[in-house]
Design a protein around this ligand. Sequence first.
Ligand code: PXG
Ligand code: PLP
Length: 448
Amino acid sequence: MSNESNNQSNSSTPDLSNFWMPFTANRQYKAAPRLFKAAKGMYYTSSDDRQVLDATAGLWCVNAGHGRTEIVEAVSKQLATMDFAPTFQMGHPLAFEAASKVAELMPTGLDRIFFTNSGSESVDTALKIALAYHRARGEGQRTHFIGRERGYHGVGFGGISVGGIGGNRKTFSGNLLPHVDHLPHTYNHAETAFTRGQPNWGAHLADDLERIVALHDPSTIAAVIVEPLAGSTGVLVPPKGYLQKLREICTKHGILLVFDEVITGFGRLGKATASEYFGVTPDLLTMAKAINNASVPMGAVAAGRHVHDAVVNAAPENAIEFFHGYTYSAHPAAAAAAIATLDLYKRDNLFERANGLAATFENAVHELRTSHHVKDIRNLGLVAGIELESRPGAPGARAYEAFVKCFERGLLVRYTGDILAFSPPLIIDEAQIDQIFSTVRDVLKDVA
Ligand code: PXG
Ligand code: PLP
């Protein structure tokens, strides 16, 4: 019932009262809503019929651009053919085909694919796989997880426990997973401000893993989880050599390494995965978002064959090996969308395209170095962050104002704290890259 609505509806603004919006200042938003009603290619259409250039690929997810006919047709056809089929003790061909296509893009050896419906579910699934793996091998005492400060791993209890964003944890702090520790984050303004690409400074921060491992005893640690490039927390690019060191330390102590590639997967850095980009292979890799161009909710975990086989082979014959799964794991519409999307990435060489545009994107964003309020600029692949000086006593207010002003001038950006983040669809062209950063430059002149 919406009779308690305190919004006057008109033809373009629906009643806003019932939808409790995620990660949104609900009262502020509902007082001055921003609505999209259509999307095609690089642009959204706002409810007042303006074209808005999408510099965020939705929420880092629409990598092939909006409204791709091939995906729309694949999903429509699948819904008309078979809307749903269970994957618990049943199956349908597209589930297996989608898994094969995802596996083809994963680092060598990570070819066993568990489907979920979101990045948060992928993270919780990966943590559970890690526990199951150690238990299957007779090392059930390995129950500790190590995440990292400023990490974002979604909003499940597992994800916020290994995550390192205070605001996402504080309300729930009495009920987080036990036995979790955190590496320090890798950002250091004094050492790395305005670095283009990966900083030279900071590989030594991986040595903290040795310290934490020694503190808890290596034999108690199940997994280390990090975003290879931290997106959500404001684009933190890993220092050169850092991920390689984490890999070495994990291997030395029998600890599984999980890369959370919910943002970096599927071409964001110009390769299929960040793992491929950095040349470091984890044991488990979580993904979501661009796996099917965000057209139908879907996520997945790619497990190394050693991990999968240890779990599966430890169970008695004819027994369920892993007590985990979602009603919608490999939903037919999501699977159809994934197959069409992965075909499209390949046909249009979109990862190579992103790779080819990365230098232009880097040059364009770093031209804002001298703009008003700019404190730092960070970038890699088709990701960039512009950190603004915070207004005294009002963190986030300046970036929010910039975000609103960009929207008013036909540009969708993302902001987090006082950092503006950019992650456009991989179909972007050079003129649109210019449009993004010239709009931001104009807006920054205008922001108090
Ligand atoms: N892991 C990582 C690394 C993510 O970036 C998740 C897990 C959770 O995925 P779901 O599908 O449950 O939201 C994410 C999601 C932003 C932003 O603007 C980032 C995300 C989601 C929404 C906004 O930074 N990342
Ligand atoms: N809650 C109840 C009562 C359920 O029956 C189920 C699934 O059957 C769930 C939660 C989990 O839902 P999902 O499988 O979509 O994650």
